[in-house]
Design a protein around this ligand. Sequence first.
Ligand SMILES: Cc1cc2nc3c(=O)[nH]c(=O)nc-3n(C[C@H](O)[C@H](O)[C@H](O)COP(=O)(O)OP(=O)(O)OC[C@H]3O[C@@H](n4cnc5c(N)ncnc54)[C@H](O)[C@@H]3O)c2cc1C
Length: 401
Amino acid sequence: MTVHIIGGGIAGLAASIGCLQRGLGVRLYEAAPHLGGRCRSFFDATLGVEIDNGTHAFLAGNAALHRYIDVIGSAAKVYSARGAPFFIDITSQSSWTMSLLSPGPGIGLRDMISACQLFWAKPGQTAGAVLNATPIAARNMWEPLCTAALNTPLAEGSAQLLAQVIKAMALPSGIWRGLQTADISLSQTFIDPAAQWIGKKGGDIYLTSPLRELRSEQDRAVALKFDGQDVALHQTDVVILALPPWSPLLAPFGVGDLPSSPIVHAYFKPTGNSITKRVDRLTGLIGGQGQWLLERAGVVSVTISAADQFIDMPPETLAKTLWQEIAPLSDQNQTPLPPYRVIKERRATLRHTPDVERLRPKATTSLQNVFLAGDWTATGLPCTLESAAQSGFTAARLAID
Ligand SMILES: Cc1cc2nc3c(=O)[nH]c(=O)nc-3n(C[C@H](O)[C@H](O)[C@H](O)COP(=O)(O)OP(=O)(O)OC[C@H]3O[C@@H](n4cnc5c(N)ncnc54)[C@H](O)[C@@H]3O)c2cc1C
């Protein structure tokens, strides 16, 4: 029995790992010349270093993602921020850590009690409507949290999904233990070690191999069509489609047009002092356009999630705006704009509105030997590494069953 896995993002890699762990044969086909999908790194000639397509933060309590990390032997390649997440208000320069009893300046008991209402939210409700937050609580906590976790503004974000995020954060292994990120680069932590592990276990990886068509007869997939070759499926073979949600190959399975939300990053290579001398390497930014800052090997990245207003902005304007916000953190406000690189991911994740949540499909399909995986499937989580890894392991379990 062979499992044919289409798509080499985190979901496809997790599905490959799950199948190989149970002794199944794996063939992984990726359209691009590299693995990783929306979680990848590349060498940037302007900055002269390897950078990511965007900063990826996650929780110590992300069980599926940590299973993935442990299996591929990458635990030592994860950076854990010290304690609870660190925030700085770039207008006042005041800073704080987010704790359960004191989540941020101006946020009181009333705000925390109103947060409980999220747990009784109905499917159609937005987080903004349920929380009805005070302007200061929205500014210092709810808007940053919803935008970071759901990549969707508070006014539009699904209340039920935000409640899931808060549940995960509140676990002992949640946000209070600190956020985590790739220590050096996404590819070095998540992608290259996974490819090596899959190779060692006998899995075959085919790069630059886009699937063009999946042929079916009655209730089974029977063949896969790639450029220049058809792969006939044996009676016991299984296909896992670990594609992005916009792939036309998903239309026959009822996956409609799922709206997405952009994320923009600016990477800077300053010459002076470390930007994060006074803050953590991974710090939340309040009061400006940038929302997260990560400093790694002399390169500083600034994240803007739900970046609809910024996606069409010229890179230089964007870089200048964000540099002006973060330069004062290290007294670099006098220095000119350092070398920079702006990366825009137009379709970074789903737009997690209540309407979109209703459309996310299950892993099973109308074909008995075809399963879906991907951060966008109905995992009950926002589109994240955890959702992608969980979906991949679920699809592998279904393939085995
Ligand atoms: C800028 C940015 C920032 C993010 N920040 C965070 C964060 O802080 N924390 C977090 O947890 N998550 C974050 N995410 C989300 C995270 O990256 C995704 O949830 C995850 O990478 C999705 O993995 P996936 O395997 O489901 O999909 P994808 O990565 O999209 O993988 C799908 C793969 O299928 C391939 N493919 C497409 N068509 C074909 C075909 N016909 N044949 C073969 N292969 C095909 C694609 O090339 C791709 O490699 C971020 C995403 C972006 C873009």
